[in-house]
Design a protein around this ligand. Structure first.
Ligand code: AMP
Length: 111
């Protein structure tokens, strides 16, 4: 059973894509928390960050690099990258993704 994000990546569910390559796709979050809110999603169905193995290190590095490229593409100099791991930490879609959030002042620590 493909994940929601795999169905988006495959084009079965529409999305507003801002990046696409062999390893990942980035699209705008449907419920943005800031003027820019993009999700960088690997084509590989890793459920959550702590499922990664040593073999996934290049992929994770790539996702972070794409997060930076997307932020620049969106005109951001200051931005936040977030990976929620587990429902108790706010993860609601169990297909690893990096949030790229910016375009407004972001306080730290978050609530
Ligand atoms: P998380 O809660 O960290 O798992 O993040 C999942 C994100 O996916 C949430 O911010 C949702 O708003 C977003 N989301 C859920 N469904 C869609 C969709 N169809 N298209 C774009 N973003 C979505």
């Amino acid at each position: 059973m493909p994940t929601l994000f795999t169905r988006i990546i495959q084009g079965e569910i529409p999305s507003d894509r801002v990046w696409e390559d062999d390893l990942c796709v980035a699209f705008r979050d449907i419920h943005p928390t800031a003027p820019v809110h993009v999700l960088v999603v690997p084509r590989k169905e890793l459920t959550r960050l702590d499922q990664m193995t040593t073999d996934d290190e290049p992929l994770l590095g790539h996702l972070m690099h794409v997060a930076v490229k997307v932020a620049k593409q969106e005109g951001l100099t200051d931005f936040r990258t977030v990976v929620n791991t587990g429902a108790g930490a706010g993860q609601s879609v169990f297909h690893l993704h990096v949030h790229v959030i910016g375009g407004r002042s972001l306080s730290w620590p978050p609530g």
